[in-house]
Write a protein that binds this ligand. Sequence first.
Ligand code: UDP
Ligand code: ZN
Length: 331
Amino acid sequence: PELRRDPFTRSWVVIAPDRADRPRHTALAADPDCPFCPGREQQTPGELWRWPTDPTRPWKVRVVPNRYPVLAPSDQPAQHRTTGAYISVDGVGGHEVVVESPDHDWDLADGDDEAVADVLRAYRARTLVLRARRPGLVLPFRNHGAAAGTSLPHPHSQIVATPVVPLRQRRLFDVARAHYDDHGSCLYTDLTNAELADGRRVVAVGDHVAALAPYAATAPFETWILPFQHQASFADITDDVLDETAAILRRLLAALRSLLGDVPYNYVLINAPNGEESTAYFAWHLRLVPRLVAPAGFELGTGIAVNPVPPEQAATRLREELARDARVAPL
Ligand code: UDP
Ligand code: ZN
């Protein structure tokens, strides 16, 4: 693969022809060919992390190299090249699959808090390793449902390590830095505190993290989980914070499902760029975006999202669901 920089927007694009070869399994029931089911571990060689760590015990979570990587693992620095008006970078970095459960038909929302925490522990452990390799970004994410880009039904998420800082991430960091210059405080911490005081967009509150509908939510029921302390990278959070994030994430996914059915969604875990994790002006956060509305021409032409559900309304419904449903009992 190769990264190319769009000379008009300075956004990066991965040109990855090998990705076209990956299998598409759309069957939702037990799939005799599923590469992530127990007994077929030889189809996903090179295990990078597992839980429990004791190899004689059956695994609950495995991290394996993606067989069709968007960005291939490499120990080499990424070479940048300039050809006329064009800039490209070697498509190196990392692309890993987190197999979240041995059970093909399980889902995060069905799990207990501990099972979700095991998945988050995989993100934390691998982010710690991948961010040390080179500058860039480590992005754990989950696609759920065909409309959100899933090609395999077995419960899994992915971690991609890029050798450049994506433009969007660069912008998040620049905005947070400007806020710090102006006020001497973390934008994320300040806004989280303001939202907790206001209350209209609050979905759930713990001792270490809160779930909020963002003020400028780009999609119906978009929800963020943010920490009260501004650790800039998920790799550096303590078990207390991780366990509570898992508990809130599970309740949130279960509440979404009770409200909207098995809706497709993506979540992304936003970290500081590699090497910049000690900053006091950025906070990791998990951004969950249900895919109820497909983006169309207006969005393509303007970059402006059209969200038909006000975040205050979404937060109220999620909050009520979290309080009402016995399966999603409060923390
Ligand atoms: N995959 C893999 N080994 C296999 C089959 C698939 O590593 O034997 C990868 C595949 O490349 C894909 C991922 O598993 O990236 C499944 O991811 P998902 O369905 O969430 O979305 P995709 O990445 O396909 O858009
Ligand atoms: Zn399976």
